[in-house]
Design a protein around this ligand. Structure first.
Ligand SMILES: [Zn+2]
Length: 381
């Protein structure tokens, strides 16, 4: 279907033709792949495909699926006469910056920690491989080709089931000593007070401002509301104290709207909470408002520390509604120092393509003397 000629682009000033990279984006729900071709001005994505991660099978099985999937994509490309010049990967988990292996991962991908993702791809496909964290990839993508294009200093926040981030300083991704940098969800916030975080600590902003956090905050506030039965309180305490906001084996009736009250005892994540809020439930809406305000305050604290050119937010929570953004801006202005209050706070523009594009940018940056790809290309003439 795709015209492969689009990848044979003769650059100006004698630059080499740009063969695409095979891009992979590995998440807890699905493994996405595509061919990614970068030019000075554009990131072209084609041949998109995906398979379910089925993370519950464990890390070894997930890695085997990734290797098969990548082989298939590569074979399809080669059938069309396209020879990818390498493999660029964004993955959930903390990535060992030297080896490309998974240094640690959360319970959403059991057994993912320790998997030799980079080395296994290299060995099986005989191509150069670069691996980075998916949120880091998201940030690099948005700064190179998305909403933050041209920014030298940027903070990126991915507000979905969890709350992740990335810092770009002087045009480069800050990955830190262990690849952990950017875990902005794990800053203290009083709105999250007492709630268990996905990292095992308590009172982190992620437990108030993310989708899974909103479900926990909902459960905690339902307990305080005095409207729950003893049985419901027992379940709500389990949910509020969980690290995911979802507890198995809770009877379905507790997720259904009660007769004596306009809302259910519990919700499973931000999606169900948004449905309630969209139906006009003020209690649900207030949880999003308080979470967004708290997140705005946290972002301002980081902006006061980093002084970025731009702040970019992506993820499902950014689609909650205008009231979510209003609360976020209010929280931001509440804590932003003079000058910092003028910082652009905007929505990302690349959506799910961002980690694939960012991985390709990262691939070129580590293959080109550590220069970001677009900078290196511009300087090449
Ligand atoms: Zn945490």
């Amino acid at each position: 279907m795709m015209n492969s000629n689009r990848f044979v682009q003769s650059g100006e000033g004698g630059a080499a033709t740009t063969a695409p990279l095979l891009g992979l984006d590995i998440g807890g729900t699905k493994i996405a792949g595509a061919l990614v071709a970068l030019t000075d001005t554009q990131a072209n994505i084609s041949h998109q495909a995906s398979v379910p991660t089925d993370a519950g099978r464990g890390g070894v099985a997930v890695l085997a699926t990734i290797l098969d999937f990548a082989k298939q994509l590569l074979a399809t490309a080669r059938e069309e006469g396209i020879e990818p010049r390498g493999i660029a990967v964004s993955s959930a988990g903390v990535i060992d910056p030297v080896t490309g292996s998974i240094a640690s991962a959360t319970d959403t991908m059991p057994g993912w920690a320790g998997q030799p993702l980079g080395p296994a791809l290299r060995a099986h496909l005989s191509l150069p491989v670069a691996v980075l964290n998916d949120v880091h990839g998201h940030g690099l993508g948005e700064v190179a080709y998305g909403a933050g294009r041209g920014a030298q200093n940027a903070l990126i926040f991915a507000v979905g089931t969890g709350l992740g981030g990335a810092a770009i300083v002087g045009g480069k991704l800050v990955s830190g000593a262990n690849g952990v940098s950017g875990h902005f969800g794990h800053l203290y916030h009083e709105t999250a007070h007492g709630l268990t975080c996905s990292c095992g600590r308590t009172s982190h902003i992620e437990t108030a401002a993310s989708g899974s956090g909103a479900a926990r905050l909902y459960a905690a506030r339902q307990i305080e509301s005095g409207t729950l039965t003893d049985e419901e309180i027992a379940y709500a305490e389990k949910v509020a104290g969980s690290i995911t906001g979802v507890v198995e084996n809770i009877p379905e009736e507790h997720y259904e709207v009660r007769e004596d009250c306009s809302r259910p005892a519990l919700v499973r994540g931000g999606f169900e909470l948004k449905q309630l809020a969209d139906q006009g439930d003020e209690f649900a809406r207030q949880i999003f408002i308080d979470g967004a305000f708290a997140l705005g305050q946290t972002i301002a604290g980081l902006a006061n520390s980093f002084d970025p050119d731009v702040i970019i937010l992506s993820g499902s929570l950014t689609h909650v509604g205008a009231y979510w953004w209003n609360a976020l801006h209010k929280g931001f202005m509440d804590q932003a120092m003079n000058l910092i209050g003028q910082t652009l706070v905007i929505e990302g523009s690349l959506d799910s393509s961002a980690p694939l594009i960012g991985a390709a940018v990262y691939f070129d940056s580590i293959m080109n003397d550590d220069e970001p790809a677009h900078t290196a290309t511009q300087n090449a003439t």
